[in-house]
Design a protein around this ligand. Structure first.
Ligand SMILES: CC(C)(COP(=O)(O)OP(=O)(O)OC[C@H]1O[C@@H](n2cnc3c(N)ncnc32)[C@H](O)[C@@H]1OP(=O)(O)O)[C@@H](O)C(=O)NCCC(=O)NCCS
Length: 478
């Protein structure tokens, strides 16, 4: 048999020994430690016990029933997924580890010489449930900078896509090709025990997050700057700043918006299409690169990730028709025209939210503070007045308020990121933070392969009939 030490590094064996130690020893890792993996070992040790005790006590408790309409209605509102990182309240919006978005923004460590949070901080929070210190967030900046370089074959793939391939398709393909770097896939093939899967998922998550800005920036350069190469990552800069530099944009406002945007779009509970897809694919123990790439394919859908681009395309058509000083009445006519032609108004509505998305509010505030004179921002503000009125009149839309995508494209345009197809990719880079944190927890809790049961309409009819019979029988018995 191959000795364990040959397969795994001394560091990993040391971590395994640490995890087997009693809690009193684990407590020596103070909340000030900058070693996220060691802290995770402690958190996972504690949370596994919590979950075990909870399941022993309440394992058979019924959470809710599922209606026929929910089965035909995209499973809206069905509480059937476990996600530890965040929850979505229809009125209040996202809560990351039990903190609202405004609370997160107030408490997260800020970039030096800036006002906006470091996305590294929200990743730490998503992973551990603890608000990090500046030093803890910054330690991730350095680790991600160190792993940002792409393997040569991924660069070759990126540099040889046909010009008409959409950035999201390029993004998913390049991430898939990073599968060669997966330590999870390697450890699995070498027979590592299930209790340690999370460690390798963690390593892959860090490597993936580190590489995503380089992949995205290379796509941007290839599509907009004739394939000029991206600059070298600087370990002294934070993750968002390096991303901005690689895009060739050192404008302070742009860097600040990147920090903000990458933070606030990071997670939106587990049921949205991309998070759910990555979780599902990961449940088959596909490695984190493949799982995230699958999730990113869903971003090409105009009802999900692509809505960022669709909003801008919609505004462009509006401006083409009426010019930059479009009046509220003209906008109203245009919204009705969109609806009457059977299209959705992009950037409005949500499957869960029933109020203005706080992620929109945060971006809109940034826009009003820094770019209030820009015609595009004025249009976004006017749309916020007009569209909800029209959608309410239209009748069937459950949430007439803007979602996070309603402002993003306009902000990127004003800050110099002109290719409207690219905003979706920045969204994808951000979403990796939440999806990867969730995937680490999926493996930490040994969540099994997902396989809910499906029914045909005929079977469903029988099922509903049976249910009626049962209740009739109960009545007769009474
Ligand atoms: C996000 C979205 C897919 C949610 O869909 P949903 O959960 O089915 O939303 P609802 O329950 O409110 O939908 C009820 C009806 O209103 C329609 N509707 C919802 N939002 C709409 C919008 N912005 N414009 C026009 N119609 C809309 C739906 O298409 C549906 O019509 P149908 O009954 O004919 O199928 C939907 O609001 C949408 O398509 N929005 C525009 C795209 C977008 O911004 N996506 C990003 C989301 S973060």
């Amino acid at each position: 048999m191959v000795p364990l030490r040959k397969i795994f590094s001394n560091r990993l064996i040391a971590q395994f020994q640490v995890r087997s130690m009693p809690l009193s020893v684990l407590r020596k890792f103070t909340s000030h430690s900058t070693d996220l993996k060691e802290i995770m070992a402690k958190k996972i040790y504690e949370h596994r016990k919590v979950v075990k005790e909870f399941r022993e006590k309440y394992g058979s408790k019924v959470i809710e029933e599922i209606t026929v309409d929910q089965m035909y209605g995209g499973m809206r509102g069905m509480k059937c997924l476990l996600t530890e990182t965040s929850e979505l309240d229809p009125e209040e919006g996202i809560r990351i580890r039990n903190r609202t978005l405004p609370e997160c923004l107030e408490q997260l460590p800020k970039a030096q010489a800036g006002e906006q949070p470091l996305p590294e901080g929200i990743f730490w929070l998503l992973m551990t449930g603890d608000m990090p210190t500046y030093e803890q967030a910054k330690s991730l900046s350095q680790q991600w900078a160190e792993q940002a370089q792409l393997p040569p074959h991924v660069l070759t793939i990126l540099n040889n896509f046909p010009p008409n391939l959409h950035p999201v398709a390029r993004f998913a393909a390049a991430i898939t090709a990073c599968n060669t770097e997966s330590v999870f896939a390697k450890a699995y093939s070498e027979g590592v025990p299930e209790s340690r899967y999370w460690e390798f998922t963690f390593d892959d998550a860090m490597s993936l997050i580190a590489k995503l800005p380089t992949i995205a920036a290379t796509i941007y350069k290839n599509m907009n700057h004739q394939g000029s190469s991206v600059c070298v990552v600087d370990p002294a800069k934070d993750w968002a700043h390096n991303f901005a530099s690689m895009l060739g944009n050192e404008n302070h406002k742009f860097i600040e918006f990147m920090r903000l945007y990458l933070t606030i779009l990071s997670d939106h509970e587990g049921g949205n299409v991309s998070a759910h897809t990555a979780h599902l694919v990961g449940s088959a123990l596909s490695d984190p690169f493949l799982s995230f790439a699958a999730g990113m394919s869903s971003f090409a859908g105009p009802l999900h990730g692509l809505a960022v681009q669709e909003v801008l395309a919609w505004i462009a058509k509006l401006m083409e028709r009426y010019g930059p000083d479009v009046t509220e009445d003209q906008m109203k006519d245009f919204v009705w025209e969109t609806l009457n032609s059977g299209q959705v108004v992009p950037g409005y509505g949500h499957a869960v939210l029933r109020r203005t998305d706080p992620r929109f509010t945060v971006q809109h505030h940034f826009a009003l503070k820094h770019l209030s004179n820009e015609p595009l921002i004025k249009i976004v503000s006017n749309a916020y007045k007009v569209v909800p009125q029209v959608l309410r009149e239209y009748g069937k839309v459950k949430n007439p308020w803007p979602n996070s995508d309603a402002c993003t494209g306009a902000l990127f345009q004003c800050l110099g990121l002109k290719d409207m197809r690219f905003s979706t990719l920045v969204f994808g880079v951000s979403r990796a933070l939440g999806v990867m944190a969730s995937l680490v927890w999926d493996r930490a809790l040994s969540l099994p392969m997902e396989q809910p049961s499906s029914l045909t309409t005929d079977e469903l009819k029988k099922f509903a009939g049976d249910a009626q019979k049962t209740s009739q029988n109960v009545k007769q018995a009474i």
